[in-house]
Design a protein around this ligand. Structure first.
Ligand code: ZN
Length: 153
């Protein structure tokens, strides 16, 4: 394993151990969206809740269980998009999906800055069975954002 791969492994293990944003937070006075996603092939589960104030994600929390990759991925996502605009979150989701399709290769463009710590999952792209684990939280975020926006005129 290269030094870079070891560093990425460490980022994932740290987040799997200390999961950021975990514990659903009650929301009042914001547009709320919530999504429950299950990855049956591995047994991962996540429920993710967002609260929008206009175009800003004012609140993001989640609950879940499963393998290290699924849990670390939603923990890192939580750090990355909480407090950001919807536009920024959607761009980050797109970049992460592309990273998962890249078969273990880095994106090689300026979206790597957007991905930050989520770049640690680059190696997962080599293992189709694990891609679903890494994407679970991001699918929940996509759905929760759509739900929160759905109630608007
Ligand atoms: Zn998993």
């Amino acid at each position: 394993m290269s030094q870079l791969e070891q560093m990425y492994q460490q980022v994932i293990m740290d987040h799997a151990r200390e999961r950021h944003g975990r514990g659903l937070i009650p929301i009042e006075g914001l547009d709320v969206g919530e999504s429950h996603q299950i990855n049956t092939s591995c047994g991962d589960e996540v429920t993710l809740r967002v609260g929008l104030d206009g175009d800003t994600i004012e609140s993001l929390s989640w609950e879940g269980s499963g393998c290290s990759i699924s849990q670390a991925s939603v923990s890192i996502l939580s750090d990355m998009v909480d407090g950001e605009s919807i536009e920024h979150a959607l761009a980050t989701i797109d970049a992460f999906r592309d990273l998962m399709r890249a078969k273990g290769e880095p994106l090689g463009d300026d979206r790597e800055d957007l991905l930050g710590d989520a770049t640690a999952f680059v190696g997962v792209g080599k293992y189709p069975a694990r891609i679903k684990c890494a994407l679970l939280g991001w699918m929940a975020l996509t759905d929760a954002l759509a739900q929160a926006q759905g109630g608007r005129p």
